[in-house]
Design a protein around this ligand. Structure first.
Ligand SMILES: [Fe+2]
Length: 297
């Protein structure tokens, strides 16, 4: 029997009483899945997982993605995307260092965006006894519910374009600027023309109904949404800025302070998230698996 303890006002819960390295019976898995969709972000402390065990657990939720950034996949485990500021013997980044600079939902630029992501904490930077590199999660369903009715009716009709190309170019430019200012020490790989061409822009409704919970949420994010359709870029930027400010208000946010052995999963349809980079040069290493979701409309 698992225990679920709420961690944030609208989202986030700790699940205890389960060892994810072991095969789970159907009843236990159903309890975990139910807690996951109810809480949008759930985490398990003190896990000891091999990459194969993380893959086996998350695969029970659906088909796993292999990330478009091949150089950041774990050797021999294409389904694991490495997030790290560590370097290999040749001085190259072993994973994606600055994924998550902006509020975003993983792979939201795809025709079939991610349903959920799971992040396993292998190395957590600690300074003066305090964990660094917290991750913030914002509930876009709670944010939608809190909109005035007139605003709901307005956003219900809006569509937006998610663009991997614009995101990577924006992210890389921001990183180059950091380099110039001496903020970062690790040079991320520049996006290749093949990567930029491999994921076409995707247009979709701003309001998305969750396929499992049937809750409505705002499926826009500052990382991947390029523009709202049917208006000028300036109008779109202004409208998006207001909506982002609404979604990321503290009341809709849960902040996770990591511990080694945490396995944390979030619902990419219901929440968006953002990383913090306050730990360099202390080493951080996380393994991510990502489950494909249904196509957007
Ligand atoms: Fe992410």
């Amino acid at each position: 029997m698992i225990t679920v303890t709420r961690a944030g006002k609208h989202l986030g819960a700790e699940i205890s009483g389960v060892d994810l390295s072991q095969p789970l019976d159907d009843d236990t898995f159903a309890q975990i899945a139910s807690a996951f969709f109810d809480n949008e972000v759930v985490f398990f402390r003190n896990q000891t997982l091999t990459p194969a065990q993380q893959i086996a657990f998350t695969r029970r939720f659906g088909v796993l993605e292999a990330h478009v950034r091949k150089e950041s996949r774990l050797a021999d485990h294409d389904e694991i995307f490495v997030l790290s500021n560590k370097l290999d013997a040749g001085g190259k980044a072993i994973g994606a260092q600055d994924a998550g600079r902006y509020w975003h939902s993983d792979l939201s630029y795809k025709r079939e965006p991610s349903m959920l992501s799971a992040l396993y904490a292998v190395e957590v930077p600690i300074k003066d006894g305090v964990a660094l590199g917290n991750t913030y999660f914002a509930s876009s369903t709670a944010a939608y519910d809190a909109l005035p009715d007139a605003m709901k009716q307005r956003v219900d009709k809006l569509r937006n374009v998610h663009s991997y190309r614009e995101y990577r170019l924006k992210n890389y430019a921001a990183q180059q600027e950091d380099e110039r200012r001496g903020i970062r020490t690790v040079q991320e790989h520049a996006p290749t023309p093949e990567q930029l061409a491999s994921v076409p822009d995707t247009e979709m409704d701003v309001v998305r109904t969750h396929p499992v919970t049937h809750r409505k949420g705002l499926f826009i994010n500052e990382g991947h949404t390029a523009w709202l359709t049917g208006m000028s870029r300036a109008e779109s930027d202004a409208e998006l800025a207001k909506l982002y400010a609404h979604i990321t208000q503290p009341e809709f946010v849960y902040c996770h302070a990591w511990r080694v052995g945490d396995l944390l999963m979030w619902d990419n349809i219901a929440v968006q998230h953002k990383a913090t980079f306050d730990y360099d040069p202390l080493p951080r290493l996380m393994y991510r698996t990502t489950v494909r979701g249904p196509a957007v409309v």
